[in-house]
Write a protein that binds this ligand. Sequence first.
Ligand code: RAM
Length: 359
Amino acid sequence: MSRFRTVRVLTALASATTLAVALTACGGTTKEDTADEGGGAESTGTANPEATLQEGVKMAFLPKQLNNPYSDIEVSGGEEALGELKGEYKLVGPNDASASSQVSYINTLIQQQQDVIGIAANDPNAVCPSLNQARTAGIKIVAFDSDAAKDCRDVFINQASTQGIGEKLVEMTSKLAGGSGEIAILSATANATNQNAWIEVMKTELAKPENKGLKLVKIAYGNDEDQKSFQEAQGLLQSYPNLKVIVSPTTVGIAAASRYVSSSNYKGKVAITGLGTPNQMREYIKDGTVKEFALWNPADIGYLAAYAGVGLVSGQITGKEGEKFTAGKLGDYTIGKDGEIVLGPPTVFDPSNIDDFDF
Ligand code: RAM
């Protein structure tokens, strides 16, 4: 597998502040529930940077859903890291990304006395009571990809800064639209913390004077299901004949929208961009349906989550801002505000580099 550039701590530090702001502003169905909780990630004890990383740590990964190629790549990085750290890797998860679908899995993981749960939350709040029960039972919680409310996890592994992702999405969209015209967003589920945080940044970017020619006509939800995303893309193009760009910040959505457009009369007339995996998007870059899209290496998210999880169990970190740790081949990281650890900047894929990546 081709490797992305190694991520360095300066990037993480530079992005941490804006991240927290964007995440606080995120949509989600039950946003009000978290608004008053305040306080940031609860962490106990004092970090010991010199602590030896424990062997035998049991870490279970609970992605948004199991049948998503993106999640498969993410957790493969977690498995690799736990192999290096001589821990025990486990993978469980629902088949759909609905808000409450992860709760029963968390309860089972508590019974099984896992040491760490790594979770990509389908809803920031629906998982909270169970996650807090897990924490009471001494289990460390590492959110990755899509955050849980900050009061019910120890750290959050963010793939890139929320601000950076939102800005990149609007930048690509504006370029493809030639600076003006109708655009639509094809998202995942309406509750997803990460999607909503990115969409909030996009809306702020779109409100800026330099983007005043762009008009966001609709946010559609494909629920990270291929068929539903395909139909939503079709529906957008029927409802908005002047649509210039569909921007889809989900690997499932962008692939489904590209498949629809590539075999329709809209090919060459409507641009698709967003966040996708190179292997799923290669054919649409090659056939000209898609000019550019962005992502990071999903495997690195799982890898970093596993190092953070074992670091928490070992007392090397507690989740407080400023604590430092080394995540194997990825190098050094510093924990940012509210327990956030940023992997690195997104990479843009286009015809010039698509063949350099294999994931
Ligand atoms: C989808 C999921 C995931 C997101 C990626 C970009 O696979 O929605 O949470 O981070 O896309």
